[in-house]
Write a protein that binds this ligand. Structure first.
Ligand SMILES: Nc1ncnc2c1ncn2[C@@H]1O[C@H](COP(=O)(O)OP(=O)(O)OP(=O)(O)O)[C@@H](O)[C@H]1O
Length: 334
């Protein structure tokens, strides 16, 4: 059996006498896309920051965080060891792209730098060429290589952060609310680029969000956090259609999604009211990775500009009974 990319065991996080995260176990398999959801303050970001070794000094983790290919535990590792891993084996995209970019450095140099620091490109010339290719992959024009971050929109900046995160083909990409600060018109594009980016590299993804529809779109498996603990986990379609924990049931009821068990037994997530978005399973086999039904906004062909459309529970791998499409109530799937 292929070992997991990430294995978190018994993670606790505390500040002085207060325990903020308790006994979190979490694994992400090779190429797997795992969502971490929960209300504000449930401990999602502290869990991610513990994995990344980026907790503030007064916040103390314990337990174990192991990453494939790294022969030591990340908990307790010194900053030198962590900085060799971060940006190479383990990459991240946070909510606010400006905090991740150097305001005084040109975009092309920042992307190239991430490869030169980790020696994944032999020369500055090679790194510059790779930077141009990465910019193209996030659908930005080559002339932005010479731009500074303040000259870009929020969505463009986040695409640059994603290009930097993917530059060294990380084993694991951690995204913490990567689209929350963005205009709705670019959220779907950024999500699409994240998923295409990890699929192209077979990187695993740990995706943190409040947004259940986004998890249904992006992830195969989900963990639900409440009060610093993981209270439920499983394949997205199972957890969203048959939530077992009362908190998950409440989360679903309060969200745009409402679980319903259709007579056919197929996944069928529907809007609770006419004004809510609708997530409907359309019978059929899952399209191959990167292939979407015509009309799908993920391929930028949809007239419903702010909707998301993708397969659930998986884009690639075993065929399943349908794919989910997140359209406004009343809209039909083209
Ligand atoms: N540096 C800190 N010192 C003390 N308490 C903290 C610190 N950072 C976070 N907390 C507390 O830990 C708890 C979990 O915080 P965390 O940021 O992980 O939540 P979250 O689930 O990511 O929430 P959100 O979705 O709002 O980002 C919260 O109660 C928060 O107030």
């Amino acid at each position: 059996m292929t070992p997991d990319v990430l294995t978190v065991q018994g993670l606790n996080v505390s500040v002085r006498d207060t325990q903020l995260v308790s006994d979190v176990d979490l694994t992400v398999g090779p190429g797997e896309r795992v969502g971490l959801i929960g209300e504000s303050g449930s401990g999602k970001s502290l869990t991610a920051l513990s994995i990344l070794g980026l907790l503030p000094d007064d916040v103390v983790p314990s337990g174990s965080v192991r990453l494939t290919g790294i022969d030591h535990d990340l908990i307790g590792a010194d900053e030198r060891a962590l900085s060799r891993i971060r940006g190479r084996d383990l990459a991240m995209v946070f909510q606010e792209p400006m905090t991740a970019l150097n305001p005084t450095m040109r975009i092309g140099d920042q992307i190239a730098e991430s490869m030169l620091i980790h020696h994944t490109q032999p020369t500055r010339t090679a790194a510059r060429a790779a930077a141009a290719d990465l910019l193209d992959r996030v659908q930005l024009p080559a002339d932005l290589l010479r731009a500074y971050p303040h000259q870009l929109s929020g969505g463009q900046r986040q695409r640059i952060v994603l290009a930097i995160a993917l530059a060294n083909d990380p084993a694991l990409l951690i995204c913490d609310e990567p689209t929350t600060a963005l205009d709705v018109t670019v959220q779907a594009l950024v999500l699409d680029l994240i998923v295409q980016g990890v699929l192209a590299r077979s990187s695993a993804l740990l995706f943190i969000t409040h947004d259940l529809a986004v998890v249904a779109t992006v992830c195969e498996r989900v963990l639900v956090m409440y009060g610093g603990r993981v209270v439920e986990s499983g394949p997205v379609h199972e957890v969203f259609t048959n939530p077992r924990h009362r908190y998950t049931q409440g989360l679903l009821a309060a969200s745009n999604l409402e679980a319903a068990a259709p007579a056919s037994g197929r996944t069928n997530l529907q809007a609770g009211t006419a004004s809510r978005p609708r997530l409907t399973t359309i019978p059929g086999t899952v399209p191959a990775a990167g292939h979407f039904p015509s009309g799908c906004v993920f391929r930028n062909r949809c007239t419903h500009a702010t909707d998301l459309c993708a397969t659930t529970p998986a884009w690639s791998g075993t065929p399943t009974t349908g794919y989910a499409c997140h359209h406004p109530a009343g809209a039909s799937h083209a």
